[in-house]
Ligand binder design. Sequence first.
Ligand SMILES: Cc1ncc(C[n+]2csc(CCOP(=O)(O)OP(=O)(O)O)c2C)c(N)n1
Length: 688
Amino acid sequence: MSSSTTLSALIAPPALDELCINTLRFLAVDMVQKANSGHPGLPMGSASMAYALWDRSLKFNPRDPRWPDRDRFVLSAGHGCALLYALLHVTGYDLPLEELKRFRQWGSRTPGHPEYGKTPGVEATTGPLGQGLANGVGMAIAEVALAARFNRPGHRIVDHYTYVLVSDGDLEEGISSEAGSDAGHQHLGKLIVLYADNHITIEGSTELTFTEDRMARFAAFGWHVQRVERSNDVEAVALALENARAESGRPSLIAVRTHIGFGSPHKQDTAAAHGEALGVDEVRLTKEGMDWPVSPSFHIPEEALEHFRRAVARGNVEQVEWEARFKAFAQEHPDLAAEFQRVIDRHLPKGWDAGLPVFTSADGPMATRVASGKVIEILGSRLPEMMGGSADLGPSTHTDIQGAGNFEPENWAGRNMHFGIRENAMGAILNGMALHRGLIPYGGTFLVFCDYMRPPMRLAAMNALPVIYIFTHDSIGMGEDGPTHQPVEQLVGLRSIPGMVVLRPADANETVAAWRVAIGRQQGPVALVLTRQGLPVLDLKSYPAIPDGVLLGGYILADSPATEHPDIILIATGSEVHLALDGRDRLLTQGVQARVVSMPSTNLFALQSDDYREMILPADVPLLVIEAGSPVGWQSFVGPKIAVIGIDTFGSSAPGTVVMEHYGFTVKNVCRQVHHVLDQHKEKASCV
Ligand SMILES: Cc1ncc(C[n+]2csc(CCOP(=O)(O)OP(=O)(O)O)c2C)c(N)n1
């Protein structure tokens, strides 16, 4: 479709515009009122600018919400989701009016904040303010990266915009500066952000908290900024959007002076409109004031619906046109077209993991971060969809793909990303890239700093996004940087995120297997937790169980030497596996038969059958866990009476081996603890 002619034919006259906008407003008002819960204010104020976007320029097909070249729209101010649900319903997505009437109710497709995967047309789970904006940056990065990879002269098969609607809260959150700075630096001209500048947050006026010049701030980030003073001026918003699209070298911020609770006689421009139903009387007064039927609620005028529903035909035309373009592209570039389809479908190429390195003891000692870097080099060459980097710790996290080039404005085909020292935005950008599809995104930092990116990791897990984290410097064993840099409670924190798979490999060969898990897992994030310090390589000749064992989360690395029934089982993860092996040898000289179970992933082990877990950890054998991290969590995982050599304080500044020794990670202490456990066990047995 030639957008200008067709769009002008579709543009509603002002009265119809107003009818459509009020339809959105009152659907949102009625949804919140019926649920007696939610946020009517932002939808009422922002309906007009959202309408300007959805009616005048957004490229979408309600009948195929997954169409790869659609524009992306992210409602970063997720609390205003009644507006999004109203838009999705009226434009013809599979979201019946009944669902709007069940807003925020059990099992509905209209949850309290937008949830990706629950509602067709919702591109990202939003609610934690600021995350959606950074998701949008990730989506815009994915767009330019895929365009650089797949578009060819005469063939623009990747060519869409990313729009984000933000509120004050989104821009107050620090992540907006991290993401805004990155987007400006990367010249993401196809990222367009609409800002509902309504001067109100929960506690009242933004005069209380938020008085900097936001426009100047984003201009300083390198953004193109515009202001629209009257949000109800649809043409002015549409024009600003057009200007934003015309500006190809910079992302755009359009601040629109909206009025929270627009039209409500007693609540407009007050915090009272923000987060609770208007109330029956106020709804009536608002409707009367705007010439809207007071009942029935959920009223949708026919002309408005008819106008909105043109989106279906329009979207269909746009998609059919794209499909024709894609066909022509496929004829000229069949391999590339097949490759595009493959990455969008998240299929891995045949043989992607064949011939991954096998390390031998002659290669050691080797830090698992180094082994990971070697795996990334190989996987990166086989999987062109792998794209990622580090939060300014690349030389430490070993996250670069050799020869893949830097992702930068002059080279969007580059796959090594430099996120800068912006962990929170990095996490959310990775989510946006994964949500866009077509890429396997990964990002690295020190394990201790994963706390800075916990919110996006939680969302990645909630949305089952295939994002990979590379967390190095994984324990007090990292040494001299001291307690600020030595993670203690991070492992248990990560493991406790539902849907997150954490792997802490014990050596280079376990690291290879851990990467197999990470790439193979298409449903949810994986955190690889890696050492800074060198570790001996566990030779597959001596430890053949490693490759399959890691996939199961926990396995017998070395069984009790002379009996099938061990006296004790030493469970260890990562670098402490070597201590467990040494302990096993020493214990043998003391007449104790110890089994060593390597447990790189408690999350994966928990998924195995009861029979398997009982085989590895028979109920009648006492256990000792050895892990240089907080002992919290192991009790609930392997039993209440378990003994743990762990850390329940912070670390210390000294060489890693010295710190480890002081915290009891020595063969001597392992043996002492084992004897203690065995004595207790005997005592208990004699009492029975
Ligand atoms: C990270 C985060 N912190 C706090 C909240 C709780 N919260 C929801 S909306 C809101 C205020 C939002 O004000 P504004 O962004 O201006 O939205 P509006 O009042 O215009 O609806 C807050 C603090 C949140 N959703 N996310």
